[in-house]
Design a protein around this ligand. Sequence first.
Ligand SMILES: [Zn+2]
Length: 340
Amino acid sequence: MTGQVNPQRITEKLLATHGHVVGIEISSSGLRQSVALANLDGEILLRVSRPLEVVPDSTTVLQQIDAMIAEVTSPERLVDGRILRVGVAVGGLVDASQGLVRTLYHAQGWDNYPLQDYFTERLDAPCIIDNNANAAALAEYHRGSGVRERVVLYVGLGRGIGGGMVINGKVYHGVTSVAGEIGHILVKEGGPRCSCGGYGHLEAIASARAITGAMIEHSAEDAQARSIMERMTDGHIERLTPAQVFHLAAEGNQVARHIVNDVHTYLGIALANIVHVINPSMIILGGSVAQAGDLLVQPLEQQIQKLCLPEARRELRVVQGSLGVDANLMGAVTLALQDL
Ligand SMILES: [Zn+2]
């Protein structure tokens, strides 16, 4: 019938083409500051990343994020619609229900910062903030390795270590939004000093910084190992990656083998303990350490299987996240899309 249209179809068309979301990633180290413009299918149309060399204060970070937002949301990019939602993945303690950053370790000016209100005002669109591991967990659940898994534990093995749990499609936050903060679990009494000041925490053994830091420190006297590392990093040994340490271990370097063994042992203990609490169907490993792939995943899975009751591990799979190091930014986009 001429002149009549199906209102439902118009709505779908409008949703598909006339709107965008913005995803923002903020890390406490300054290394990962990114802004992405995505469509409503979650495809990233444009992204800008600008790492900071020094650990910054909130004003410096937000000025820089504002400049990146201006770049990705310029009027010519938004001819097709407006910004409908903003999602922010923050590498610190976040109270998602209140929209507050509780703290960003080692960075100034973030305590109880009302970040949700800040971006809501800036972009004139509702904003959702969460911890970066929670956001990454949600992204892996919706568009990565954990699609339709009932209970997912995501472990972000980056500069620090974070965890996120997605249970029946929802992030589990706990009472004060601290659920999943697994980096500071004690795994080795009297172990190395942690970034929080404690000793023997998981983060002090299995984070990217712990792995590469230990490799560089413990091979200071080993001329052969140092020359191999310099060759791997084009002379910039400070850029050594955790994956390179795993490869050195696989090639038989003794220092690297010791470090990698500790990662498998103590990360395995932490994850096996968590398995007995939340009984997940999948553990997804993300962050730069997970870029070691099977060199990390296979021995770790064996260690977890060894330490768990048969019933606790019956349906458990341990996998590398398919979103790689983009999981946090994809997580920010997913937070925004989830709220539409
Ligand atoms: Zn700690």
